[in-house]
Write a protein that binds this ligand. Structure first.
Ligand SMILES: [Fe+2]
Ligand SMILES: [Fe+2]
Ligand SMILES: [Fe+2]
Length: 439
């Protein structure tokens, strides 16, 4: 298998942007509009191409650290107590992925006020460390919050400019506001923000930017960001994805998959529940049975997984491997009702890994099943044509090996989750209670 994936970082972030915006219907398009405006401002300020690109990419995912619904809603207010925390959380999630280090720094400061930026960074022409990009993003983010999307966008120009000017030099960077005051006079600047054009515009800007291609190892590292993004959303399932990936890889190893294919299985495992970003945390955490409406939201999540991953245009069917884990062999699953012959071995592996992890892992409201209980459940699911008999056989024969791979991965994930929380608590000692609300 070929190790080059020919995947462009910009395309990945555009897809991720869509995933974050789906978390809340009020936010549809927010990230793309902010990226568009921030890029425009950076261009007007004649920033170097690499910084412009980082600002564009940061705009596409700037609120990635805002993981819970409560946080998402709060963020739309002009003044937000949680603003700093989601900046730090976003920085934390991204900074370990080397190609996004510069982007992470910009996101870290996207709610900093101009007067809080260290003096030596405020002199004209001073660059670096994400402060300047953060300031530009801050302005673009606030402009977007001031736009009333029910009304004609051009007619709001003067009123928005009045709000922004009232805080120049205090909240907003003077040079960025000056750039805004020039470009706001062009009608096209506003009109391109329509949902019909914005995607095309962002693609155009990505084309202008230096292209960063990523290989299989980097794609895997990128998918690890999603693991944290998905699992940190709810403490009830805070290690689920890690368990699924590890179980799937252990099964695939037993089937003799070579290294590259194992890596792809791990990526599919990491991304299988990315569509859950669209499901409110309250539903994910509800310890009681779900009602019809709530279950309908759950039934949508693999459809979103399919579509988010399909847009990544990967040269394999990873989107199918990842998103068919609730399909059943007789066509009674969701969302596509595909039948056994159209479900690949890889998708069957992810499905079994998902079921096994869900029944074997401890949840806050119940402990995981014993080996005997798990065996019985798996057997009955084989009889119902929901799981592949041969794969279940392999799992049962190698139970200790697979279960310990799952446990180790989930312990590791618990440690990662605790480190993430510690980082936020250390950064915001006074807002300890607020930090807890995050999860
Ligand atoms: Fe934000
Ligand atoms: Fe935002
Ligand atoms: Fe799922």
């Amino acid at each position: 298998m070929n190790r080059t994936v020919n995947c462009r970082l910009g395309d990945l972030l555009l897809s991720l942007s869509q995933a974050i915006d789906m978390m809340n219907s009020c936010l549809v398009g927010h990230h793309r509009r902010v990226a568009y405006m921030a890029y425009h401002l950076a261009d007007a300020l004649k920033l170097p191409p690499e910084e412009k690109q980082n600002i564009l990419l940061a705009g596409l995912i700037h609120d990635i650290g805002a993981l819970s619904l409560r946080e998402r809603l709060d963020m739309m207010q002009f003044e937000s107590d949680f603003a700093r925390m989601h900046c730090e959380a976003g920085y934390y999630l991204l900074h370990l992925f080397q190609p996004l280090r510069g982007v992470a720094e910009i996101i870290r400061y996207h709610h900093h006020w101009w007067k809080e930026v260290p003096a030596h960074r405020r002199v004209p022409g001073a660059k670096g460390d994400g402060f300047r990009g953060g300031q530009i993003l801050h302005l673009a983010d606030r402009i977007d919050a001031l736009i009333n999307r029910q009304e004609n966008i051009i007619s709001q120009e003067i009123e928005i400019a009045r709000h922004i000017s009232a805080e120049v030099g205090d909240r907003f960077m003077p040079a960025a506001v000056a750039a805004f005051n020039t470009i706001r006079q062009y009608e096209y600047f506003w009109l391109y923000m329509s949902p019909y054009y914005i995607q095309r515009k962002i693609r155009e800007y990505l084309e202008e930017s230096p292209v960063t291609e990523i290989g299989l190892e980097e794609l895997l590292a990128f998918s690890e960001i999603f693991v944290n993004l998905i699992d940190f959303k709810s403490r009830f399932t805070a290690t689920h994805t890690s368990g699924v990936s590890a179980t799937a890889v252990a099964l695939a190893r037993l089937l003799g998959f070579e290294e590259d294919r194992l890596m792809l299985i791990r990526i599919a495992g990491n991304l299988h529940d990315i569509g859950k970003l669209t499901v409110p945390t309250e539903i994910l955490e509800k310890p009681a049975p779900l009602d019809y409406k709530e279950f309908s939201m759950i039934r949508s999540h693999t459809f979103y997984t399919f579509n988010i991953l399909e847009t990544l245009n990967l040269p394999w069917d990873i989107h199918k491997w990842a998103s068919f884990h609730h399909e059943r062999f007789k066509g009674t699953g969701y969302p596509f009702h595909v039948k056994e012959d159209d479900i690949s071995l890889e998708a069957k592996i992810i499905t079994l890994a998902d079921v096994f992890t869900a029944i074997a892992e401890d949840r806050p409201y119940r402990s995981g099943m014993s080996r005997e209980e798990a065996d019985a459940v798996l057997e009955s699911m084989v009889a119902e044509k929901r799981l592949d008999a041969r794969l279940v056989e392999i799992l049962r024969e190698n139970y200790l090996y697979i279960d310990s791979a799952r446990r180790t991965a989930q312990h590791e994930a618990t440690r990662r989750y605790a480190t993430f929380q510690d980082h936020l608590h250390a950064a915001f000692p006074k807002e300890q209670a607020a930090a807890d609300l995050f999860f």
